[in-house]
Design a protein around this ligand. Sequence first.
Ligand SMILES: *Cc1c(COP(=O)(O)O)cnc(C)c1O
Length: 232
Amino acid sequence: MIASRLSTVRDRLSAACKAAGRDPASVRLLAVSKTFGDDAVAQAIAAGQLAFGENYIAEGVEKIVALRQYPLLEWHCIGPVQSNKTRLVAEHFDWVQSVDRLKIAQRLSEQRPAHLAPLQVCLQVNVDGGPNKSGVAPDELMALAEAVIALPHLRLRGLMTIPEPAIDFEAACAVHSRARALFDGLNQSKIRQNPRFIPMDTLSIGMSADIEAAIAAGSTLVRVGTAIFGQR
Ligand SMILES: *Cc1c(COP(=O)(O)O)cnc(C)c1O
């Protein structure tokens, strides 16, 4: 079941890349396994999926530990990170896509164990302006990015957004294009002169419902839960 849904999702990715005139290898698939158990993740692994996203940190860490026998897995934290959870994230995850304030980034860098690779980071941007949403405001993005690249145990890889569900393809393209413009703008900004800056390569936009629009707008990583694992 999971294997066949995964292959349907992979087909959607290839078709969307083809429609957008993009190389299918330029978009990665992150399987969002939140609320599903180790056995569901193991089925996805058996079908060739190695990158997984988790929203709830304690739940994610349990799965990471339980699935240690698979050496090539890559775990992304994609949910809100409170100060009291930074150590768990720093010690167990490979990526965190939901960094939206400096204090959290500083704690993650301080708590990243020295024997591990730097924690790979995306900044979460509040691209559609909801006042109560997490995500850095677009006009504060540059300052946060500059502060994050100064942190020794983090590596800034890109941006992530979670926009409100769009009513149609056009609306989804419009909001994702704003994320793309922020991504390109930051990569081409004065931040390039900072010796620690490495061009960002990850634009994490698109979920089950809007994979096609996100890929049309330039997504390099889609985060897909329901379409792989079923309804939560
Ligand atoms: C749950 C979640 C997803 C996956 O959503 P689906 O609609 O199930 O594909 C992607 N990104 C984030 C941040 C999520 O919380």
